[in-house]
Design a protein around this ligand. Structure first.
Ligand code: 13P
Length: 252
């Protein structure tokens, strides 16, 4: 059965001191919380990952990277490989975030390579995708999402989905304070599951966790998480405050 997951994408925020303070805060806030079937993941920036791994030892918090390169090693100045990440205890990576697509020209084709490398290297992938505002306004959002999934993920063998977490993040809802309604999220998540079941099997579709991301806050998390096909959230801004992120975790 699929897991509930609340993941915090810290993006390009937090120095080493702020990283330690935020992790301490999260540990305190979540101390008394029983998390049965829920995973809590944070994704600090590369430079703070190793410290985050150390600081979260013996806590419920897992640590993910925000990106990685598709090659195993080589002349790629400024890039980070899967092997480097696993050597410091990282086993999860976010790939395909809309900010990487927009500012760093990542495409579904290059993401297909990244996802393949990550899976080959034994990583779990939090794969982000979602439509732009004009796609939604033009009622083209289902087509866009299906194309993203097809091009970046549908070359994978069904077994790979044991290591895939999907994060539907409509671009118009990221950092805008404008969240998709719980019904809009449910509608898209159900469509994603149907698309997976058509391409693979019902079992693949039903076992993949699908997170919603885009302006999830303590005051709207419960509503969004109440939907049957929403298995949790990928949180940006609100993951930078221990109290807010913990409240979102508790809302699941
Ligand atoms: P916000 O929660 O700040 O809208 O960001 C969502 C996001 O991009 C998570 O990856």
């Amino acid at each position: 059965m699929r897991k509930k997951i609340v993941a915090g994408n810290w993006k390009m925020n937090n120095t080493i001191t702020q990283t330690n303070t935020l992790i301490d805060g999260l540990k305190t806030e979540l101390k008394e919380t029983t998390l049965e079937d829920t995973r809590v993941i944070i994704a600090p920036s590369f430079v703070n990952l190793q410290q985050a791994v150390v600081a979260t030892e013996e806590s419920v918090i897992e640590v993910s990277a925000q990106n990685m390169h598709q090659s195993k090693n080589g002349a790629y100045t400024g890039e980070v490989s899967a092997e480097m990440l696993s050597s410091i205890g990282i086993e999860t990576v976010i790939l395909g975030h809309s900010e990487r697509r927009t500012y760093f020209n990542e495409t579904d084709q290059s993401l297909a390579e990244k996802v393949a490398t990550a899976i080959e290297e034994g990583f779990e992938v939090i794969f982000c995708f979602g439509e732009q505002l004009e796609d939604r306004e033009g009622e083209n959002h289902f087509n866009v999402v299906k194309k993203q999934l097809t091009e970046a993920l549908f070359g994978l063998a069904p077994e790979a989905y044991g290591k895939i977490i999907l994060a539907y993040e409509p671009v118009w809802a990221i950092g805008t304070g404008k969240t998709a309604s719980a019904d809009q999220a449910q509608e898209m998540h159900a469509f994603i599951r149907k698309t997976l079941s058509e391409k693979y099997t019902d079992s693949v579709a039903n076992n993949v966790s699908i997170l919603y991301g885009g302006s999830v806050k303590p005051n709207n998390a419960k509503d969004i998480f109440s939907k049957p096909d929403v298995d949790g959230g990928l949180i940006g801004g609100a993951s930078l405050k221990a109290v807010d992120f913990s409240e979102i975790v508790k809302a699941i």
